[in-house]
Write a protein that binds this ligand. Sequence first.
Ligand SMILES: *Cc1c(COP(=O)(O)O)cnc(C)c1O
Length: 395
Amino acid sequence: MTFEDSLEWARAQDAADELAALRAEFLFPDSGPLYFAGHSLGLQPRRAREYVLQELDDWRRLGVEGHFSARNPWVSYHELLTGATARLVGALPHEVVVMNTLSVNLHLLMVSFYRPRRGKHRLLIEQGAFPSDRYAVASQARFHGFPDGVLESEDPLRTLRERDDIALALIGNVNYLTGRAYDMSALVRAAHEKGALIGFDLAHGAGNLSLTLHEDGADFAAWCNYKYLNAGPGGLGGVFVHERHADTALPRFEGWWGHDKVRRFEMGPRFSPIRGAEAWQLSNPPILQLAALRASMELFDRAGMPALRRKGDRLTAYLELLLRQRGAEILTPPERGSMLTVRFRQPGMLAELKKRGALVDLRPPDIVRITAAPLYNSFEDVQRLCALIGELDDG
Ligand SMILES: *Cc1c(COP(=O)(O)O)cnc(C)c1O
């Protein structure tokens, strides 16, 4: 890849970009177009409002009848997201479901997949995992009577190959702070060779990397949809359960929404699960949140993850080059998605950057996370951000 540090060159790239039209499908915040925090909270898709208003409207018009008579009946509304979600993460449709939020889902999945016994009781997590994930695994290990059950590793692949006492690995792929992506299929093979199960936290992977969860053979995965996937604050999470677990007698916390759909409203006393990931659902989901997510998933489906990743790789390489030329230190390794973790010579200038309308993500004291999201960021955005950084660094 060859790049030029000029606005003309950046604009020429945008003019030739077949995904450029997607930018117009998003509403940029009042601070302006220099939005580089899509790894934290994605922008609002233009159609989110329309889809949410439609459900508010149907609720007003129909009351309880909306469950079956709304334009998109609420009883099956979550199914509108199944196809796009499966394509997004490389799964079969019955391997995915949108439900709850991420930390909740991690717990529900660990109820099924973390089955420690003496001698094989460890719960492996990558070093520097997101705090909520660490709290979740620590409390699960304690709950099962293994207060020292959690193992943190800087090199989860090596640890999986070396040890025999791991019951479950839960790996954040991509790491939320460094932006480092792990080789998922290698991790899965290493875990399974040792008789361990493995799940992934894809909070920074879903909508960022091109994933092949089914083929890689991950036992399960969970992610939030409000970062790269633009579901809005507190948006619903996604879950993947590999089909090899669809018919097994895994323990599971159960609720009526996981019950066989044909018989759900007979309200019978015995739980009969839906086949696949939907069996893990407990409650009827918040329709307004599903509606907002639907607007974004349509755009991911239109673009396709492989094309988004191809653009993302070029955009991120351009960002990396321009940042390096302005003296920034790039902490993210080459195995990555769209987020770069960066240290500047003068972290003090970041406050000024914000005043001038550029939204990046400061992690005190001096780490900055910057994401050029291929769905709505442009080469011109990157060029303008780095021009601003250059000015402030000189001044
Ligand atoms: C963002 C993020 C979370 C947030 O969890 P919620 O339950 O959605 O609040 C958890 N884990 C990781 C790795 C994250 O990046």
